[in-house]
Design a protein around this ligand. Structure first.
Ligand SMILES: *Cc1c(COP(=O)(O)O)cnc(C)c1O
Length: 397
């Protein structure tokens, strides 16, 4: 298997997808970003790179992940519902697909130190894991608030040998951890900054989408085998920054008969002031080095997002999604904290699969979209729920 670029998903020379994207960075980082772009383009052309990457996905990560037909969900919703089991990846989510790919890039660039930020801790764990595998030094920045709500992942990172630094500024969540990681990168331009989603300055969104595209590449083959057709009618994925969604949508962007459905966290309600529904509530602005849809006040201050799920608690969205939503290619559904919790409980008790809170948002969206019996729907189950057990327990009891 070989990964391929999709033409319509390549940004222009300045890194723009339509009106969104680009690289809004301090001049100091310019050489870094340029070197990264060169290394990526070079790796992409080099068959040795794919020959190193794809076997690692197979033998280390455990890919391909199953495409599971859920009879119960299918009956409930009156359509054919499949779950793409990214929860079964090594370390428990899709994040490892990207972490392994970027660590290989970092190695190509002769880097020895990795900086990363993390929200739910899944990207931090994936990065710490890949660093342990490849003998890299690893520092992970994490909001103090997230450290408290995702304790098991903090323990894992530290046990894997990473340094976890608590970020005490702002809402003490992902946005603040990202600010701090960028600050560190400016001070240590010799380090490799490993971004965990399709956000940040060009070329990161392109790189991360590319490494996650393995998800839709597999869905194609698996659906073909199961149903005789390689495309679903709908694909549903939750969006924090948008990497699992970008990966799940990737090979279907150019097929207009496949509905792409992005699910955002409405938190305590869309208009409650405690939400993370970026594309619905956001306006164009610049966040973490790229122009995107951003939750902000009238005078451009970033609004603190809220979601019960740490992985969706981000005030921006990848520029690729902002573009695709603005041209009407991607549809958006929003799901509240309690709707997500309910969907998580249902999948756990009916299918014996405990989903991550993030993924539970995608599952809950099945209640919000019109379905008929001929629909073939793939829900990207981005991760498993071990890290969310204390939240689930508090809610159920
Ligand atoms: C990080 C995470 C997300 C959100 O990140 P995306 O970049 O939007 O995919 C979703 N699900 C899980 C399980 C995660 O760990």
């Amino acid at each position: 298997m070989k990964l391929e670029h999709i033409k319509s998903l390549s940004p222009d020379e300045l890194g723009f997808y339509g009106d969104f994207g680009g690289a809004f960075i301090p001049e100091l980082l310019d050489p870094n970003v340029r070197a990264l772009k060169e290394a990526f383009n070079d790796a992409f052309e080099d068959s040795d790179f794919q020959e190193a990457y794809i076997p690692l996905l197979k033998q280390y990560v455990g890919r391909p992940t199953p495409l599971y037909f859920s009879e119960k969900l299918s009956r409930t919703h009156g359509a054919n519902i499949y779950l793409k089991r990214e929860d079964l990846n090594h370390t428990g989510s899709h994040k490892i697909n990207n972490a392994i790919g970027q660590i290989l890039l970092a190695k190509r660039m002769d880097k020895t130190r990795i900086i990363a930020e993390t929200g739910a801790g899944q990207h931090g764990v994936a990065t710490a894991t890949a660093c342990a595998l490849m003998g890299m030094e690893c520092t992970v920045f994490m909001g103090a608030n997230d450290i408290a709500r995702q304790a098991p992942n903090v323990q894992r990172m530290r046990y894997l040998g990473a340094e976890v630094v608590a970020v005490e500024s702002g809402s003490q969540t992902l946005k603040d951890a990202t600010n701090e990681a960028i600050r560190q990168w400016i001070n240590h331009p010799d380090a490799y900054y490993l971004i965990g989603s399709v956000v940040g300055p060009d070329p990161y969104p392109t790189i991360v989408a590319y490494f996650q595209s393995i998800i839709s590449r597999e869905i194609r083959d698996q659906l073909m085998e199961e149903t005789g057709t390689s495309s679903p009618t709908k694909i549903v994925a939750c969006v924090g920054g948008g990497s699992n969604a970008a990966g799940a949508f990737y090979h279907f962007y150019e097929e207009s008969n496949v509905d792409l459905i992005a699910v955002e966290a409405a938190g305590q309600g869309l208009n409650s002031g405690k939400s993370a529904a970026t594309s619905v509530l956001g306006k164009p602005g610049i966040l973490h080095g790229s122009k995107t849809l951003l939750m902000q006040t009238g005078d451009g201050q970033v609004v603190e997002p809220h979601s019960i799920s740490a992985g969706l608690d981000y005030p921006g969205i990848g520029p690729l999604h902002a573009h695709s939503i603005s041209i009407g290619r991607t549809q958006v559904v929003t799901i509240t904290d309690s709707e997500a919790l309910e969907a998580a409980g249902e999948l756990s008790r009916n299918e014996g699969i405990i989903p991550a809170l993030e993924s539970a948002h995608a599952l809950a969206a099945l209640n919000k979209i019109e379905l008929n019996k001929d629909d073939v729907v793939v829900v990207n189950l981005s991760g498993r729920g071990d890290k969310d057990m204390s939240t689930y327990e508090n809610y159920t009891l």
